[in-house]
Design a protein around this ligand. Structure first.
Ligand code: B4P
Length: 191
C-alpha cells in the first residue's frame, strides 16, 4: 500500500523541519512545493521567473502550476513506498485535484496531520529564520501577507479534511524531537 502523508499547517509551523525527519525514518519521499519553487527561482528557469514575484510577496502561486508540479513528482516516483507532502495542498482546488490524481494512480491519502502553532510563535520563528537564512519572504510585512493567505485559502482545508479517517491534530510547539515523537505516534496509530 502506498503511504501518502499530508503535513498541514500555517507558514512556519515546522512542516519542512519535521517532513525531513519523517521521510528519513520511514524511507518516504519528502515533497516540499516551497523548496521545488525556490529551486526554480534560484536557477531562473521559465517557471521560476513566472513564480518569483508571487513568492517574494507572500502570495500563493497558481493552482494550475502547483497541480502540474505535483502530478509530475508523483508519476516519477511510483516505486517509492511513501510520500510526505509538505506545503501541498494549500487550497481546496489543489486538494480536490490531489484526490483525483491519487485515484487515477489507485492510491489515497493515508494520513493528514495538522501541526498547530499559535500566531505569535509563527511570526517569531519566521523572523529568526529571516536573520539566519535571509529568505526573501521572511520580512515582517510579507509574513503578515502569508498569514492572511493562509487564513483565506489554506485554513478552510481543515473543514475539507476533518472527517477523513486519517485526520489527526498534533501540537507543534515545543522541542523538535518531542514534536517528532508525537508525529510518529500519529502516523503509526490505528485509524
Ligand atoms: P513553504 O516553503 O512551504 O514555507 P513555510 O510554510 O514557511 O514553511 P514551513 O511550515 O515548512 O516551516 P519550517 O519547517 O521551515 O512555502 C513558501 C512559499 O511557496 C509560499 O508562500 C507560496 O508562495 C509558495 N508555495 C508553496 N507551496 C504552494 C502551494 N501548494 N500552492 C501555492 N503556493 C505555494 O519552519 C519555520 C522555521 O521555524 C524554521 O526556521 C525552523 O527552524 C523553525 N522551527 C521549526 N520547528 C520549530 C520548533 N519546534 N521550535 C522552534 N522553531 C522551530
Amino acid at each position: 500500500m502506498m503511504n501518502i502523508l499530508v503535513l498541514f499547517g500555517p507558514p512556519g509551523a515546522g512542516k519542512g523541519t519535521q517532513a525531513v525527519k519523517i521521510a528519513e525514518k520511514y524511507g518516504w519521499k519528502h515533497v516540499s512545493t516551497g523548496d521545488i519553487l525556490r529551486a526554480e527561482v534560484s536557477q531562473a528557469t521559465p517557471l521560476g521567473l513566472k513564480v518569483k514575484s508571487s513568492m517574494e510577496s507572500g502570495q500563493l502561486v497558481s493552482d494550475e502550476l502547483l497541480i502540474q508540479i505535483m502530478e509530475s513528482v508523483l508519476l516519477k516516483n511510483k516505486e517509492i513506498p511513501g510520500f510526505v507532502l509538505d506545503g501541498f495542498p494549500r487550497t481546496i482546488n489543489q486538494a480536490q485535484e490531489l484526490d483525483k490524481m491519487l485515484q487515477r494512480l489507485g492510491w489515497g491519502i493515508s494520513r493528514i496531520i495538522s501541526l498547530n502553532v499559535n500566531e505569535d510563535e509563527l511570526v517569531k520563528r519566521l523572523l529568526i529564520r529571516a536573520k539566519e537564512q535571509g529568505r526573501k519572504d521572511d520580512t515582517e510585512e510579507v509574513i503578515k501577507n502569508r498569514l492572511v493567505q493562509y487564513h483565506q485559502f489554506t485554513k478552510p482545508l481543515l473543514d475539507y479534511y476533518k472527517n477523513h479517517p486519517g485526520f489527526r491534530d498534533v501540537i507543534g510547539v515545543g522541542d523538535i524531537e518531542g514534536i517528532f515523537k508525537l508525529l510518529c505516534k500519529a502516523i503509526e496509530a490505528e485509524k
